[in-house]
Design a protein around this ligand. Sequence first.
Ligand SMILES: *Cc1c(COP(=O)(O)O)cnc(C)c1O
Length: 458
Amino acid sequence: MPIPFIEPFRIKVVEKLKVTTHEERAVALASAHNNLFAVPAEDVFVDLLTDSGTGAMSDAQWAGIMRGDESYAGARSYAHFESAVQEVTGFPYVLPTHQGRGAEGMLFQTLVKAGQIVPNNRHFDTTQANLLVLGANPVDLTVPEGDDPQADLPFKGNMDLERLEDLIRRVGAERIPIGMITITNNSAAGQPVSMDNLRQTSEIYHRYGIPFFIDACRFAENAWFIKLRDPRYRDVPVTKIVKEIFSYADGCTMSAKKDAIVNIGGFIAFRDPALKQRIAERLIVHEGFITYGGLAGRDLEALAVGLFEGVDEDYLAYRESHTRYLGQVLSEAGLPVYQPTGGHAVYVNAGLALPQIPAAQFPGVALANALYLEGGVRTVEIGSLMFSRPDPESGEMIYAPMELVRFAIPRRVYTRSHLEYVGECAAEMMKHIDAIKGLRVTRAPQVLRHFTAELEQI
Ligand SMILES: *Cc1c(COP(=O)(O)O)cnc(C)c1O
C-alpha cells in the first residue's frame, strides 16, 4: 500500500500547551489592546499566527546545532551553508542575513533610490516597508484572478505580464532599479506562480535591462505546486524544478524561516560577483561579517540541513495535503475559504464572512479576535490593517484588495487533531458571527502598523 500523505515523521520531543478559559482569553486580548500580536504566546493554544520561524527542526538539524562552528570568520558551518545554497538554488554567490528582511534591506539599500519604482507580483509587508522607508514606490501587479477568492485556478499568484510591461514602458526602465516576483505569493493567499510566468517575467525584466530577483521564501512549496499542477512537470524531481525556477533570475532574497525550516536565518544569493561585493560592504556594517551575517554558526548549520529537508518530496506532499485539510475543515465549519488553499496557509475571506463590517473597520481583525476568544486559536489579518495606506498622489486611503484572515501552519508542529480542533472552534464562532463588531485604531506607528497597533471595538 502506498503511504498516504500523513505526517512523514514521528514525535521525539514535546512541548506542553496551556489550556485557558474564555475569561482568561478575554483578559489577555483586552490587555493586548485587541491586537493578537501583543497576546503572550503562552495564552495561545493553537498558534497559526505565522509559519515564519515557528517550524519544528529535525533530529538532523539539532545535531547540526551541536556541530555549529562559532568561528567569527570562515567557519566550517559557513562552508556547509554556502554549498547547500549553491546546490539547491544554483546561484554561485551568497551572503547570509539574520532573516528575510535583512536580505531585502541590504539589497534595496544598495540598489534602490528615493522616487524609484519596484514591481512585484505582490510585495510582502516587510518588502513593501523596506522600499517605503527608502522613499521608493512598491507596485503590485498580481493577475486579477488572484483577488478572486472563488476562482479555482492553478497559478493565481502569477505576475500580470501585460501590466508589468505597461508599467515599465510608462515610467521608463531607468526608474526601475530592480524587478521582483514573490513565490509563493504570500500576500495573495499563498498562491503559486507558474514556470511559464516566471520565465516570461524574467524575459520582460531582462528585455529592459532590469535585474530580476525572486523573493524565494516558499520556493519549495511553489516548486511542489508546479509539479502537482503543470502536467509537463509531473515526473520532474522537485530539486530540478527548483533549479529551473532560479535559472531565470539574477538572484533571490530568502527568509530561511520558511522553506528552510529554521527558527532564524536568511540569505541573498546572486549570479553577479560585483553586486555581491557591493552588498557585502553594507552587510558588514549592518548584519555582520560576510561568513555569518548576523547568525550564529549553529544557525548556519541548521539552515544548511533544513534547505534539503524543505525540498524532500514526502515532506512536501504531506505539507500540501495538511494545509488543504485545514481548508476543508474550515469550509465545513461554514467559513468562506479562499480557493484553492495555498501551500503554507489557509486564507478566509473575512470581508464576505462579516458583511456588516466595512474595510475601514477591519473585518479580518474582528474575525481573528473572535476566533481567539472562542478557543485560543491565533491567526492574523492580511487586510486593511496590514496593507491600507494613503495614495502617494491623492492622499486618499487605498484599502487592501481583500480582507483576509490567514491561518498559517508552522512546519511539522501541529497534527491533524489540532487542525480539527481549529475547525471546531470556527464552527462555534459561526453560531454568533452576526454579533461580531468592527474596530478602530487608537494608536499606531507609520510603518508596519499591524504589529504594534492598538485597537478598540466600535
Ligand atoms: C517572511 C517573508 C519575508 C520576510 O522574511 P523575515 O524572515 O520575516 O524577515 C519576505 N517575503 C515573504 C514573501 C515572506 O513570507
